[in-house]
Design a protein around this ligand. Sequence first.
Ligand SMILES: NC(=O)c1ccc[n+]([C@@H]2O[C@H](COP(=O)([O-])OP(=O)(O)OC[C@H]3O[C@@H](n4cnc5c(N)ncnc54)[C@H](OP(=O)(O)O)[C@@H]3O)[C@@H](O)[C@H]2O)c1
Length: 324
Amino acid sequence: MSYAMIAAAPGPADVLTRTAITIPTPGAGEVLIRHTAIGVNFIDVYFRQGSYPWPQPKNLITGSEGAGVIEGTGPGVAGFTIGQRVAYTKANGAYATHRVIAADQAVVLPDDIPDDIAAAVMLKGLTAHYLIHHSYAVQPGDTVLVHAAAGGVGLIAGQWLAAKGIRAIGTAGGAAKAALAQTNGYTHVIDYRAGDFAPQVRALTEGRGVQAVYDSVGRDTIMGSLACLAPFGTLVSFGQSSGPPDDVRVSHLARASLRLTRPTLFHHTAQPGWLARASADLFDVIRKGQVNIHIGQTLPLTDAAKAHLALESRATTGSMVLIP
Ligand SMILES: NC(=O)c1ccc[n+]([C@@H]2O[C@H](COP(=O)([O-])OP(=O)(O)OC[C@H]3O[C@@H](n4cnc5c(N)ncnc54)[C@H](OP(=O)(O)O)[C@@H]3O)[C@@H](O)[C@H]2O)c1
């Protein structure tokens, strides 16, 4: 039976309710996907909570990352055939057995990329891609800092940075997460629950600071992140797991001619050709074994609320996947 985990209004995790759906019909330029695996991301939590704009007046099907099989194509679709394995990242609509998306938002999966891996990396891996190649494009000799290093984006970023020869310092909450991050590319991992991370980063860089901080934690870390930056360093603020990072002011950047950027994946995927190029790069580093995908948790789609509770309570490591 076809169903989706639907939220009728913003609220706690248990607003996600299994609801029967009619299998949608693809329109012009669209494909119908039967999901085989769905990625869970913090953005799903923001939408469900209502901290990102609710798509009123509709009920919300959250979920922004998935893999599956093409079951239908609309008029004018070229390059996709029924039965082909595909994956995508697109905001909202993934917590469902079936979904229609624009064909140009899907990528055909190579045979050596399993569905659950694809569902775990399309959003998180492509994010790691643009962070380290675009938001602040790392250079030989750089040292950078990545918060939530044992998380979904964090474990991928650490390995990718290591593959590029970059010295990456990570932060993680607790000894077990720190140990996991340490085996996934990070040269040093600071348990930021045990003490201030900024002085430790300064000490690890002989007082110089880092060339970039990739900060997805937000409110709790943003001021410390600024303090870690070397002159002309870049603060990449790309998430708010602990709350909005709104304490930063333009005047704070004057301390060392710092740069601040607040990027979003979907602006990158909207660039013509970017999705195809970046996903090919991503599959390539996975294929070469430079980036191994850690799926820390796999749950049935009907347990989406449990998945959200785990993510919100910092109980997860790596990626989490839901199976319809
Ligand atoms: N802008 C973009 O394009 C983009 C794309 C993808 C993801 N993101 C952002 O990147 C972040 C990571 O996403 P993800 O899906 O891979 O999640 P994740 O990193 O696997 O999970 C979030 C982690 O944040 C840390 N954290 C610190 N304070 C927290 C708090 N108060 N509540 C909950 N978690 C807290 C926790 O790790 P510790 O226990 O180690 O602290 C937690 O495990 C999210 O903020 C997400 O919104 C942004």
